[in-house]
Design a protein around this ligand. Structure first.
Ligand code: HEM
Length: 419
């Protein structure tokens, strides 16, 4: 199939994008996709060049895929305009969509809360959550691994960190899932109204909690943000409500969906590759590298965006100022020039940690240490307590969420034995 025969966002390509990625590598590492109006960057080296040069490649539209088909919403009525305005108060560029020098100022605040040393101290707490989740299904011998495990762990961890009490976790999850439900598809006005209302309720909830933390500080990210001093040109000041909401919303969305998707995808990779599963079972010290390899092979963030700030030539392709770029991390991670036999899931692959699943440069994933901790502990417990994993024949073949930004399984029904 030629490159022009692929539509990058049709359901078939989204379900199995790898032939498309291979064609991109072979024909056009920087590909001006006619259906999308963006230039797709799939080469590992060129993607690295882009993410390390924020002056030329702005993040202002990092998730702003508004130009892509499917996101256009119906003509808004007055109520929707007002709801959008209220919800939009959090649309200040702080992390993902911020450029230098402002990005560094916000980033240094959040870095403190997610620093690897602080995260290392969370191991036994993460293990407790993992143990409770496994206890709840281990006697059954079968589980929907995504819904009952992979989705639940990052949700519980990030909710704790951003101030959601355990007793309110279910309701928080319902609202949070609902609030991001309309991100990548056309939605009717009634649905948009409901989604915006759920999002605004979450924002109110966060602001109340931030106020509480100012009065009663705790050891969590919310306290760090609520009491932070932001460096400015003339000194420093506390973060305002819009900035706190912007950061919390990003942590909530980026922190749970991505990690959940990776845990689900890694489990499926192990089930589908028995020799690799056996290798990790025989030597659990491989779990860390298995996680890196799963991040490479099934990158949970397929793509994010940049915009050129000046005319530039990238990989021999001339791009005008203002050109939107889709950075296809998932394709770069299968670039044969960097990863030999790139389609192969090899838990012992030496250069697996060179993947760009967490990106690189100034926007390198701020939650990488936390994600790695959750994934490692999850598989240490799963593989020590269970064995003989198989897809549950009572259910259809697992399928992926139809997103061009995220890659993850809808459901993963498996059977297993206790060890
Ligand atoms: C397997 C799990 C994860 C993956 C694959 C992932 C992937 C990414 C990627 C690709 C970026 C780079 C964005 C860019 O280049 O523009 C990023 C940034 C970010 N991630 Fe993650 N992430 C994961 C887990 C997390 C977690 C657990 C958190 C929060 C606790 C988090 C919060 C963020 C935030 C706030 C940013 C923006 C950083 C900045 O722009 O400075 N992520 N992530």
């Amino acid at each position: 199939m030629a490159l022009s025969d692929f539509n990058p966002i049709d359901p078939e390509t989204l379900e199995c994008p790898y032939p498309f990625y291979a064609e991109l590598h072979a024909e056009a590492p920087v590909y001006q996709a006619p259906e999308l109006g963006v230039a797709i960057v799939s080469s590992y080296d060129l993607l690295q060049e882009v993410v390390h040069d924020p002056e030329t490649y702005s993040s202002a539209m990092a998730v702003g895929s508004a130009a892509l088909p499917g996101r256009a919403k119906a003509e808004p009525d007055e109520e929707i305009v007002e709801l959008r305005r209220t919800f939009g108060r959090a649309s200040v560029p702080t992390l993902l969509a911020a450029d230098p020098p402002y990005h560094r100022r916000y980033r240094s605040l959040v870095d403190k809360a997610l620093a690897p040393r602080r995260i290392m101290g969370m191991e036994s707490y993460v293990r407790e959550i993992v143990t409770e989740l496994i206890d709840a299904f281990i006697d059954e011998g079968r589980v929907n691994f995504t819904k009952q495990f992979a989705d639940e762990l990052p949700m519980a961890v990030i909710a704790d960190q951003i101030g959601v009490p355990r007793s309110e976790l279910k309701e928080f999850k319902r609202r949070a899932d609902f609030a991001i439900g309309g991100l990548e598809r056309k939605i009717a006005p009634d649905e948009e109204r409901a989604i915006l209302k759920a999002g605004i309720e979450l924002q109110e909830f966060f602001l109340e909690r931030a106020e509480e933390r100012r009065r009663n500080p705790q050891d969590d990210i919310l306290t760090t943000l609520a009491t932070a001093a932001l460096e400015t040109d003339d000194g420093s000041r506390p973060l305002n409500d819009a900035e706190i909401l912007s950061i919390l919303q990003q942590l909530q969305v980026a922190g749970k969906e991505t990690t959940a998707h990776l845990i689900g995808s890694a489990m499926l990779l192990l089930v589908e590759n028995p020799s690799q599963l056996a290798a990790v079972q025989a030597d659990p010290s491989l779990i860390g590298n298995m996680a890196e390899e799963a991040l490479r092979v099934e990158s949970p963030v397929r793509a994010l965006f940049r915009t050129t700030t000046r005319p530039v030539t990238l990989g021999g392709v001339e791009l005008d100022a203002g050109t939107p770029l889709m950075l296809l991390y998932a394709a770069a991670n299968r670039d044969e020039c960097t990863f030999a036999d790139a389609a192969q899931f090899d838990v012992s692959r030496e250069n697996a940690p060179r993947h760009v699943a967490f990106s690189a440069g100034p926007h390198y994933c701020i939650g990488a240490a936390l994600a790695r901790l959750e994934i490692r502990v999850a598989f240490e417990e799963v593989l020590s307590r269970m064995t003989s994993f198989h897809l549950d024949p009572a259910y259809p073949t697992p399928s992926h969420v139809p997103s061009f930004i995220l890659r993850g399984l809808n459901d993963l029904h498996i059977t297993f034995d206790r060890t």
